[in-house]
Design a protein around this ligand. Sequence first.
Ligand SMILES: *[C@@H]1O[C@H](CO)[C@@H](O)[C@H](O)[C@H]1NC(C)=O
Length: 432
Amino acid sequence: MKISSSIIALLAAALSSADAFVPAAPRAVPVVVVAKSSSALLVARDLDGIAAATAPSSSSSSSSSSSSVDRTMEGVDDDLPYQAFDPTAGDSPAVERNNAGGVWVKQRARPRRNRKSSGIRAMVRENIVTPSNFIYPLFIHDEDVDVPIPSMPGCYRLSHESMMREVGESLELGVRAFVLFPKVNDDLKTNMGCEAYNPDGIVHRSIRAIKAAYPDAVVCTDVALDPYSDMGHDGVVEDGVILNDVTINQLCKQAVSQARAGADIVAPSDMQDGRVMAIRDALDSEGYTNVSILSYTAKYASAYYGPFRDALDSHPGFGDKRTYQQDPANGREALIEAALDAAEGADMLMVKPGMPYLDVIRRLRDASDLPIAAYHVSGEYAMLKAAVERGWLNEKEVVLETLTCFKRAGADIILTYYAKQAAQWIKEDGLY
Ligand SMILES: *[C@@H]1O[C@H](CO)[C@@H](O)[C@H](O)[C@H]1NC(C)=O
């Protein structure tokens, strides 16, 4: 190996054909190497680019300088007490030499060219998150003070005033859509969940207030009984069983009452069979053909919802939700739900949770032309916050990366507790 280096050095000395930009590099050597290559004929076409890329910008004489590396790599291993492998030597060299004598991996396709500057990276970027992609979930309650949610640092059960302020500030930052989740007092909870369609309920009052103050805000509502159920389930319970059709009967009343209050989008999250069609028909028959349905199409029976249930105090009173929410083990099943929801009149399809279910987002994206939403859920938020609080992750970087990954996976819409904060970061960075 040392022999090879010496030969190069001798040749370099013998050939005085000085090259303007690589004065110390031998020119003749690569010809020998290239001749051994099976792709020798292809070499010439890329020489200019590679030679320029490998040419030292200043003097190449000092191989020990940390600011400039001698591309010939001569003498790098001279002081080692052992003989290092020389990739440029032998009959089948792994690394060849260019016209300037610099080491050359004869690679013509170099994807790094499209990453070489922030301008080029921005030019070829495939997915960009903007605040208009977000739906901002807001926890609301009928109290005068905001109550922090311990498992979701930075999130609160908001008073009416704070909710209005949060909406106003978010709109300023370009976040235009909101979804309301009420913390309902226990004395209003029943098995039938009738408070869900009380026109003077907290959600209905909030919708009216937001739409009055900010007509352009997009107000989404959760269509589900769990915040109103004394059983903590997304449906009416009988003998431990969640009754599908009886529940839908209640959900239709809830959806129409929310539409009457001014909701732009109703989002059934209950996972009962046939609820999208029934809700569509209920809305249409009352004249609300203009209210959209964002269906929780693939909502999994996930442990990632824990902090959300803390926020609403809506933990199931018995059992779990596995008889109606999807089994986390199933991906194909989401396509059955997606086909049904589309046929039943859903305008948008949602996958929940988000990060651990990016494959499901992609499958829905590929199977449907409807907009796809991803719910970046409370447990995902809590995990990020916990690591950030310990200094283990950079919050801004990891959050913007996470949100971008939803877009890459195929989501058009992202429900995230980070909506306002991310919009602020995006604005600061001028990212769009
Ligand atoms: C939607 O339809 C309802 C009922 O007809 C109507 O009151 C409301 O103004 C409509 N909203 C929009 C945005 O067109």
